[in-house]
Design a protein around this ligand. Structure first.
Ligand code: GLT
Ligand code: MN
Ligand code: MN
Length: 403
């Protein structure tokens, strides 16, 4: 039998939030178009399409006012659905944005009772996730922001969030939950402006925490694109800092509202460089698709959406392997990185190094002449992505498939 080379397997760690495959297509201008699906049935859908993990907010699973007996029943049923389907609960979070109580923010709100309630809700979400076996806890500050900065000093919001995250780290330690906490940035929406608008902002914030080692980031493709930024650069900085705990894969046209499209649907070239980066460095944390099906889809279409996310990732992974093995691409890379014997060492400061550097005479004109054939390099990348170049088996000329 012909086996699909782009079929998902558990080692890919592909996960979906209950809110992603359970998204009902509501938007600010129109009501739901898909009927509600119970969490257990969403897990069955994930099992059917071949996902490894499921993620959830507390209230995706347990209604906000559920009694503890009802909560326990729901959790039991959910655990059974996960075991039956071989789907793991990989990440949890607290919904600190939907209920009206959070209209001025949650952990950074002005009202101390709102902040305390948000913290209590988060502790309970951590308890829930621990019970389900989750090891990543995401904090997305959906309502942490403003429409008018008349309402508070922004640095007060920074202090409040720091106090809250420090508190959560202590709770994590005290209960032996072993969570890795991942902070997720977004520049705006639903608030006019969000605090910590980019992954870079969170990376700086983390260094100020009491348990910085326990906290990393959860960059989302669409959120960096909303800010007009290059997601791969943000991800690379997080990776280099040892902080890439989780990732939200989806897509988004720059400058639009929060679109949450299927991964690689809008910017396949940017998605390629992101996948190539993750695969090149050996990223091995969950790959979460935080997106949803077009509003035009029905329940079957939601499966097409979920399968499409994973398939596109795996196609791009294969393309990345071909790119890495392509002799012409590799020859260009070797050329542009070619060593310059005799050039002083600048990677490390020392008295002798600085002496050698200051004494060295550079042939600026000659150095400036080195060819940088990035047009060719990019076109080879495009040829490969568009399917007219095989990569792996290619010689110095593109190999064209027979029509
Ligand atoms: C919400 C948001 C996402 C976050 C989720 C985690 S909830 O759907 O748009 O980007 O990752 O709280
Ligand atoms: Mn989003
Ligand atoms: Mn997200």
């Amino acid at each position: 039998m012909h086996s699909d080379p782009y079929a998902p397997h558990p080692e890919h760690k592909f996960s979906f939030g209950l809110w992603t495959v359970g998204n009902r297509g509501r938007d600010p201008f129109g009501d739901a178009v898909r009927p509600p699906v119970k969490p257990g049935d969403l897990v069955r859908l994930l099992g059917e399409v071949g996902a490894w993990g499921v993620n959830l907010h507390d209230n995706d699973l347990v209604p906000i006012d559920a009694s503890s007996a009802y909560r326990n029943q729901i959790v039991r049923d959910f655990k059974k659905a996960c075991t039956d389907q071989g789907v793991v609960t990989s990440m949890v979070s607290a919904n600190l944005f939907f209920d009206p109580v959070f209209r001025d923010g949650a952990l950074t709100a002005n009202d101390p009772a709102v902040r305390a309630y948000a913290l209590q809700k988060t502790l309970r979400a951590m308890d829930l996730g621990a019970e389900l076996g989750a090891k990543t806890y995401v904090i997305w500050g959906g309502r942490e922001g403003t429409e008018t900065d008349a309402c508070r000093r922004p640095d007060d919001a920074v202090v409040r969030l720091r106090d809250a995250v420090n508190y959560l780290c202590e709770y994590n330690l005290a209960n032996g939950y072993g969570y890795r906490i991942a902070l997720e940035a977004k520049p705006n929406e639903p608030r006019g402006d969000a605090y910590f608008p980019t992954t870079g902002a969170y990376l700086a914030f983390i260094t100020t925490l009491a348990h910085a080692d326990m906290v990393g980031v959860n960059p989302e493709v669409a959120h960096e694109h909303m800010a007009g930024l290059n997601i791969t650069h943000a991800v690379a900085q997080a990776w280099e800092a040892g902080k890439l705990f989780h990732i939200d894969l989806n897509d988004q046209v720059i400058g639009r509202y929060d679109q949450d499209f299927r991964f690689a649907a809008a910017n396949p070239k940017a998605a390629f460089f992101l996948v190539k980066f993750l695969e090149d460095v050996g990223y091995n944390n969950p790959r979460h698709f935080d997106a949803h099906a077009y509003r035009t889809e029905d329940h079957e279409g939601v499966k097409d959406f979920a399968r499409g996310c994973m398939r596109s990732y795996l196609i791009l992974k294969d393309k990345a392997a071909r790119w890495n093995a392509d002799p012409e691409i590799q020859a260009i890379l070797t050329e542009i990185e070619r060593d310059r014997p005799g050039v002083p060492i600048v990677e490390k400061y020392s008295e002798s190094h600085v002496k050698a550097l200051l004494a060295y005479s550079f042939d600026r004109i000659e150095i400036g002449k080195r060819r940088l054939p990035y047009e060719r390099l990019d076109q080879l990348t495009i040829d490969l992505l568009l399917g007219v170049r095989d990569g792996r088996a290619a010689g110095t000329t593109p190999t064209r498939k027979a029509p």
